[in-house]
Design a protein around this ligand. Sequence first.
Ligand SMILES: Cc1ncc(COP(=O)(O)O)c(C=O)c1O
Length: 329
Amino acid sequence: MPQLSDRVKSTFASPFRKFLPLAQQAKDRGTQVIHLNIGQPDFLMPKGSLDGIADDYLKYIPYGDAEGQMPLRKAWCVYYEKFGVALKADELIITCGASEGIYFTLMAVADAGDEIIVPEPFYANYNGFCQMAGVEIVSIFSAIEDGFPIPDIDAFEKAIGPKTKAILLSNPNNPSGKVYDLKMLQSLAHLAKKHDLFLLVDEAYSEFIYENYEFNSALTLPGIDKNVVVIDSISKRFNACGVRVGAIASRNTDLLQHIARYSRLRLSPPMLGQTFATRALKLPAEYHVQLRGGICRPARNHTPTAQSDGECLIPRTRGRLLPLCPVAY
Ligand SMILES: Cc1ncc(COP(=O)(O)O)c(C=O)c1O
């Protein structure tokens, strides 16, 4: 029998997918299953956002530009203005979800055997992407019992070694919901510059900030244009995970041009998804304001001080609420 590669056999299996057959078995037994294993939001995507979308593709669906369609790249830059980010269209390329963006970025900033610092807890698929790229994760521990505090800057500095190429974080953090304030981002920027590291920030959840707390994009940090790379996604902010559209944004255009070598290998991001994303990003900001008031606030109000709800720990957060259950699998 032909043998599979050692590489694929040793690749970290996505823990989310691992749960699915177990959940299905429970459903088959008649048990109600609430899915906490995957970040699929439960609000409505923008009304009418799919109307007439196929009209652009009546005869065929072509490949598009490998780096993404220009109207979408421009729309994304305009959308970023609400976070105080001024970005040009050639400083953002479109990817097949943030997932591809993370993988392409890792491939471009680190060689096999290099290290990336990632504060815990982190989005579990970072493990798999790093493994695919041959990159080692050096994690910084933080405990669920302490409410998953963001590690202090000294802990980041201590983790830096001769092989470190980048710091990778998600802001707001998935799964803890912790949000990096401006001061901490500035400290990280200073550290990245001091040690010549890339600062990779996954901002997939930037719309999921409670009440009046301010979200600071890493793209607003001055003086470290060559170091900062933001990875972003349409998935969560419009509850459109299946359109598979994300972005890599950086003022380091040399890096983006190198990443485009990978983009060109997979030819084109999805065209229908890009049409959807272009429309959605042009929606009035009111869509997310309502979302925050209608969904996040009641959810937060129900757990104002809760650190523990039975076996379910709900850390106090300023962003993205997700109960965390310690499980063995
Ligand atoms: C922090 C974070 N980044 C990236 C992704 C993947 O996003 P996308 O659907 O755009 O590939 C997820 C999905 O849950 C996520 O939680």
